[in-house]
Design a binder for this molecule. Structure first.
Ligand code: FMN
Length: 192
């Protein structure tokens, strides 16, 4: 697949089979994240991969534990791949995907969010090339806010001046690929 086909064929997937991705594929996905552009060339972001379905589900539940749905009135994400916004009964913010990469960045850095999402984007494109489905997930900081969350960060040796920005979940799609959504008009202009 050419890069533009990979880009167009990538979809946020929220229905997964139990099949775990291989360690080899995970390492390639992490390598793609590691080579993402980063503000000022400072490489201030880092990734922790959880290659363990049980632990991934546990963190996924922590990800939604404090989710305030009251501000989401009218939000709608996807009929084919419903999100936790569409279905308030969902308890696992990682949708039972078997693997997750948590993306951390240095606190107080102006471009920490941008850096983290550049990493996430590189990872989802690499995953698509490998035939692996993915979805970017938010609520990084709140996921680890509890004592349980803080304990995990200590176990993983995440530096104290780093906090989670986002996650990327990985696995194999259960069912059909969704349709590519039509693009809104007037989002591109070329000035010669
Ligand atoms: C910054 C950002 C945060 C996102 N956070 C979530 C999230 O927390 N949960 C989720 O299910 N999807 C999340 N998504 C995925 C979007 O819902 C998805 O990209 C969007 O609906 C478009 O669908 P597509 O990725 O299939 O093209 C996020 C995407 C971005 C770029």
């Amino acid at each position: 697949m050419s890069l533009i086909d990979i880009i167009k064929n990538r979809h946020s997937i929220r229905k997964y089979t139990d099949k775990q991705i291989s360690r080899e594929d995970l390492e390639l996905i992490l390598e793609a994240g590691n080579y993402a552009p980063n503000a000022g060339g400072g490489q201030r972001s880092m990734m922790v991969a959880v290659h363990n379905a049980e632990l991934t589900a546990k963190i996924g539940r922590m990800n939604l534990a404090k989710f305030d749905r009251s501000t989401l009135l009218g939000s709608y994400v996807s009929k084919e791949q419903p999100s936790c916004i569409d279905d308030p009964t969902m308890k696992n913010g990682f949708y039972d995907a078997p693997a997750v990469v948590a993306v951390f960045c240095q606190n107080g850095f102006a471009f920490r969010v941008a850096d983290a999402f550049c990493m996430a984007e590189n990872m989802i494109l690499q995953a698509t090339e490998l035939g692996i489905s993915s979805c970017i997930i938010s609520r990084g900081e709140e996921t680890f806010a509890s004592d349980e969350g803080q304990k995990l960060l200590k176990e993983w040796n995440v530096p104290e001046n780093y906090s989670a920005v986002c996650f990327v979940i990985f696995g194999y799609i259960d069912g059909e690929q969704p349709q590519t959504k039509p693009r809104k008009a007037n989002r591109i202009k070329i000035i010669e």
